[in-house]
Design a protein around this ligand. Structure first.
Ligand code: ACO
Length: 330
């Protein structure tokens, strides 16, 4: 008889060593430390060197998560890598599987931009609830610095690189208390990292496309408006599913996009500031990595303790958004 509940039993994270302070961005674009800090809450971000790969960062975070869950890589049944910036467009999860020595695990990538971690959490949970897999490694990792237009001050000040990971295990008691996911492709044009190609004649009468992915473009105002409206709604929905009220939440753990979004969402939900987890100042927006990176830090700092109830929400390109309510630990 399988245990069909889900427990999140370990976490880990890894960031590149190189940090870039706001002040140094003034050498690239017309901006200021003050503008960036007051509009976003970001002071610095980490940047991956050309020699640092996504799979290496993801593996470092994963090794910590596996160790803190008290299991071994060969115990893993499934590895999900939430990323929009794989080293290889065919996917990087298998490279992580090889680096970990997770010989039994099936591994694949999942793309949902900054919602990737929450979408991955729910995806992993379905495999466990169905009794198919018992030990799942979920990684959120991104190197958006590869895709930032460093001449575009509206975007280049926002993003940083990093990786975070959690282990989900089958458990008698179900600690994933509620979730909700949403997508709206009609707003896709607000945030893109699109492919542009031109037509090339391959053979007479047959043309193919040759091109490349283009740097991130974003309508910041629209994304801001979307986040502040949709995130409280979806957290409410997940809480309703969990049969919980807002005051029962110990921590609000949002995708770290902008401190003003964190503040506005907390205010709309009536969640006091001291329950809001934020590490934006140090890392900026690390896309799919931001939630597991902040989660791991909060666990290691002793803020998030076993049995605490965490409300998490990811939102971003797609547009996609989602929320999950879980109780930390076994
Ligand atoms: N430095 C100085 N001035 C700037 C900068 C900068 N880095 N960037 C923009 N400005 C200027 C603008 O040009 C504008 O000047 P103007 O009035 O002369 O035209 C002025 O500052 C105000 O610009 P706004 O766009 O109105 O600034 P706003 O207060 O909206 O802040 C921001 C912009 C920070 C991008 C905000 O809109 C935001 O956070 N949006 C959400 C973005 C987000 O979360 N994206 C990630 C989603 S996750 C994912 O999927 C990757």
């Amino acid at each position: 008889m399988h245990n069909l509940g889900i427990a999140i039993t370990g976490s880990g994270s890894a960031v590149p060593a190189t940090s870039l302070h706001n002040q140094r961005l003034t050498e690239l674009v017309e901006t200021s430390d003050d503008w960036i800090a007051t509009r976003t809450g970001i002071c610095q971000r980490r940047l991956a060197l050309p020699s640092e790969s996504l799979s290496v960062l993801a593996t470092a975070a994963s090794n910590q998560a596996i160790a803190s869950a008290g299991i071994k890589p060969e115990d893993l049944d499934l590895i999900l890598l939430a990323t929009s910036t794989p080293d290889d467009l065919f996917g990087s999860a298998c490279q992580v599987q090889a680096k970990l020595g997770a010989i039994k695990a099936v591994a694949f990538d999942l793309t949902a931009a900054c919602s990737g971690f929450v979408f991955g959490l729910v995806t992993a949970a379905q495999y466990i609830r169905a009794g198919v897999y018992q030990n799942v490694l979920l990684i959120g990792a991104d190197i958006l610095s590869r895709w930032v237009d460093w001449q575009d001050r509206r975007t280049c000040v926002l993003f940083g690189d990093g990786a975070g990971a959690v282990v989900l295990q089958a458990s008698k008691s179900d600690r994933l208390l509620g979730f909700a996911l949403k997508s709206d492709g009609t707003q896709n044009h607000y945030l893109n990292l699109g492919y542009t190609g031109s037509s090339q004649e391959l053979l007479s009468g047959i043309n193919v496309t040759k091109g490349a992915y283009q740097p991130i473009t974003m309508n910041g105002k629209e994304v801001y408006r979307f986040a502040v409206q949709k995130v409280p709604e979806i957290i409410d929905k997940a809480l309703f599913q969990a049969n919980l009220t807002v005051d029962q939440i110990d921590w609000l753990l949002l995708h770290q996009a902008n401190q003003r979004i964190l503040d506005a969402v907390a205010q709309r939900l009536n969640i006091p500031e001291d329950k809001v987890i934020s590490n934006l100042a140090q890392y900026g927006n690390t896309s799919a990595a931001s939630i597991p990176l902040a989660l791991d830090e909060a666990v290691r700092q002793g803020k998030i303790k076993p049995n605490h109830i965490v409300a998490t929400s990811g939102f971003g390109a797609g547009l996609t958004w989602g929320a999950a309510i879980f109780q930390w630990g076994r």
